[in-house]
Design a protein around this ligand. Sequence first.
Ligand code: HEM
Length: 563
Amino acid sequence: MDAKLAAMNPSNAKAVLLACVTLLFSLHLWRRLRGRRSSSGPPGPLAWPFVGNAPQMGNAPHLYFARMAKKYGNVFQIKLGARTVVVLNGDSIKQALVKQGLEFAGRPDFTSFKYISGGDSLAFGTATDWWKMHRRVAQSTVRMFSTGNARTKKAFEHHVLCEVKELLQLFVHKTKEHQYFQPMTNLVVSTANIMSAVCFGKRYSNDDEEFLQVVGRNDQFTKTVGAGSIVDVMPWLQYFPNPIKTMFEDFKQLNLEFTAFIRDKVVEHRKMFQSSAIGDMTDAFIQAMDQLRDKSGNPSRKDYVTPTIGDIFGASQDTLSTALQWIILLLVKFPEMQARLQLEVDKVVDRSRLPSIEDQQDLPYVMAFIYEVMRFTSFVPLTIPHSTTVDTSIMGYSIPKNTVVFVNQRSINHDPALWVRPETFDPQRFLSQDGELNKDLVSSVLIFSQGKRRCIGEELSKLQLFLFTTLLAHQCHITVDPARPVKLDFNYGLTLKPHAYSIAVTLRDDLRLLAAATGQAVSEETYSCCQVWTLGVYIEFIFIDVNAASARETNALRVRTCI
Ligand code: HEM
């Protein structure tokens, strides 16, 4: 046989190889078609052996999904490696996430998810009774350190003011030095600093190496955990040298470093912890999680403070800084809209004071602009991947337990049945003829997801984006480098990141109002305003009865700080 093969001339060998490949492919097609006829699963495009539909997704899976939804309908399935993935679009999203919430609330057992917060992540872990409890504690803690009541809102506003002041000083300095500069990293540090003040009572300077190392690698993180990440569906790629393996090694390393950073903060907080003086979100979590542990009667139960704080710090700084990057990009792309924002803010606020939370209802154009940024860019195009927790069905299609489910938020935001000219950036679409914000229409924008896994930072995010945008419009003017006009291109991941762009920032007056509002004694490392903020903070926790099977809320634990 060997001798026969050796004797075969090269063109015959090629023909044999081609025949084998054709045979294998036909076999695969036949099995696929037979499988499809015998199941009542959703329709979908034909998949290649081994890789499935991965190569067809290209650099923008959400746009590929939009094309497939046109062809196969709002529920279709693809193959990624050996995994079957159901993709939900349009009206099937509400049906699955809200009406059949628990059935679609799981997370897949993806390789990458196991490395986030040492596998104990609230956001990337699947739906269990413990997840439900941690989620409730996290939700109420976030609320009570941001939008919970008038006092916490003011405290949060103060953090934003402090950070906008620092940022504008830096931007003006950079403009003087370089004329045009790239603001992306500064926006990440600035957003991370707001959350750092809330979570740890501490801020970092823009060139703090350790902080930059921790928060400056969002791109790597979101690329790996976004829907359609290759290593999750073809885990065998980890086992031999290739670019995906290298990227995954970096991902593991950045998660280790991130967790170590958060763990250090939690250890410091535990050393100083006093239940009578809850100073920041970490203190509050230590209190709440310890209560849960004591109630469970298992003193050696894992400490979930680090993963939960890590989730909140990580989820907020990546998403919010991406939102700000898009807001500034669109402000300079459409200077006439920036001028209209400034006009509205000047009219309502005037030049003698700073904009504040109370102005929100009188600034409909600002809100319309922010909602249009979220709708148009859909910068979280798909949610974190979901999975089914039981055998179920959706829109008449059967979906087995543990099926991976991608939720295409962008399909709602660009649905021509919902939006006039969805591909045009037009904040005016949210305003009535009398200039009022159309509340029904803004609630149609889908970027924080829905149902059991809905983002817990939605209210905080809207407040922060409102304050940031209004303060920028009131305090400065932003222009783009004419040599490099901005484009709307992006890098795909859990969040869509705009490509780098350069801007110049000039103050409209001076920083006197911001300096007065934040107090001149703001030091580099610690906010004096953080201390003012903790005075009299009143936190209301939902205290969960861990013994009750339904994890129902049984009591309210009230923590009053009395510094
Ligand atoms: C503009 C800003 C933000 C956007 C667009 C956003 C969007 C999202 C989305 C789409 C999800 C996934 C939901 C799903 O899988 O169905 C999510 C989950 C989550 N977000 Fe946000 N988010 C933002 C800001 C924040 C902030 C500020 C926080 C924290 C304070 C936060 C904390 C979380 C957490 C903990 C989860 C996991 C929830 C779970 O799995 O149960 N997010 N977010």
